[in-house]
Design a protein around this ligand. Sequence first.
Ligand code: NAP
Length: 309
Amino acid sequence: MEKVVIIGTGCAGLTAALYTARANLKPLVLTGTLPGGLLTTTSIVENYPGFPEGIDGSELMNRMQKQAERFGARVKFGTVEAADLSRQPFVLSVDGEKVETETLIIASGASHRHLGLESEHKLECKGVTFCATCDGALPMFRNMPLVVVGGGDSACEEAMYLTRFGSVVYLVHRRDTLRASKIMAQRTLAHEKVKPVWDSVVTEVLDVKQDQVTGVRLKNLRTQKESVLACAGVFVAIGHIPNTQLFKGIIDMDENGYIIPSKRTMTNIPGVFVAGDCSDHVYRQAVTAAGLGCAAAIDVERYLAARNE
Ligand code: NAP
């Protein structure tokens, strides 16, 4: 029987692992399908305190994991397929194996939001991607026009990264101002290779018949006019959806699936705690996720201490 199981190895999960390990709770930490979380798909992280020159996202996550393991956290590659939280101990099904635990920290993060187009789905990995740092350097994108969809920090980051490879990077945004932080927005729009396409949405990725990306069909939301923009790649960066489907109907969440804690980091189920992007749609920063992971770990420690008094 585990004292605490942590779902997720992003900033929230690994910080919770570090703190619960140092509290001698020997946490079992399950990676899910993306060990290290979303930061591993980013290039340089410039806003995590303590790294004045910035740090590579994967490198930061490797270091967090090592730090947690140094104090006894056990990080295991595994995905939770089912969770029985109706009685204690909680029972998780992890890749076919049963795991019993007194407490649970859900730090399952969030995944890339999709446009929801059939053509986007059909051309995924054939020119449509959700991660420039993972795929941007592929030969198919070299010296070719590329499209980034979105107006947030992620879209700006993707666009800047792609300027290394593409001949031109069109930034297609549904409004005429970026949501991104001022510094990112200014840097991106000032780049000679970045061409913003304002007030526009992608209505179709071309060309499913050719089984590769040749362009996008756009609709201008102000004029309603349609046009086609030739490109070899479409990088979708329109935000995230929380990875909480497993707990739907069991744990309180808002209409978008973000878990709503009921008392500090504890959910409506006593003994089940939450941390990071799966419960935070406001701040969504690496450092806030880490802070919430720390808070959840402290709450777990106090909850277990009170139970065993
Ligand atoms: P975001 O801030 O939520 O931005 C999503 C963007 O996609 C918005 O511009 C939004 O348009 C657009 N969008 C959403 N749904 C769309 C749809 N169906 N069709 C077309 N466009 C759509 O997400 P994010 O950029 O991934 O950033 C998430 C968080 O991570 C933010 O807090 C951000 O600051 C942080 N972040 C930081 C860094 C960094 O500092 N290095 C890098 C990446 C992310 P509207 O603007 O019209 O809503």
